[in-house]
Design a protein around this ligand. Structure first.
Ligand code: SF4
Ligand code: F3S
Length: 111
């Protein structure tokens, strides 16, 4: 199994998650983060750290598309290992639904 980042992260990027990951397996897009499922060791430490509750285990229902998206973007986006400022408007975007259409394929800066 793996943990994956899901829709709630889009346009938030609080990045509390990257600070606690023992294997640095987060990758940064313009408005979303992805976990590399092949690198995640399923420790679960990041899950409670996300203010948007965007991180879930792939054992939950409906996670197939998120495993695919996390794997796809982790392969092309830069690694991020240190927390950065959340996106402007992140608090408002946290509660939004239907954000998948807003997911940008562009890479973030990484660090
Ligand atoms: Fe990193 Fe553990 Fe979260 Fe996987 S579950 S992304 S290894 S902190
Ligand atoms: Fe996204 Fe939550 Fe991490 S909003 S960047 S998964 S802390």
């Amino acid at each position: 199994m793996t943990y994956v980042v899901t829709e709630a992260c889009i346009n938030c990027k609080f990045t509390d998650c990257v600070d606690v990951c023992p294997v640095d397996c987060f990758y940064e897009g313009e408005n979303f983060l992805a976990i590399n499922p092949d690198e995640c060791i399923d420790c679960g430490v990041c899950e409670p750290e996300c203010p948007a509750e965007a991180i879930l285990p792939d054992t939950e229902d409906g996670m197939e598309q998120w495993v695919e998206l996390n794997a796809k973007y982790a392969a092309i986006w830069p690694n991020i290992t240190q927390q950065i400022d959340a996106m402007p408007g992140a608090e408002e975007a946290k509660a939004e639904t239907g954000k998948l259409a807003k997911l940008s394929e562009k890479p973030g800066a990484g660090n």
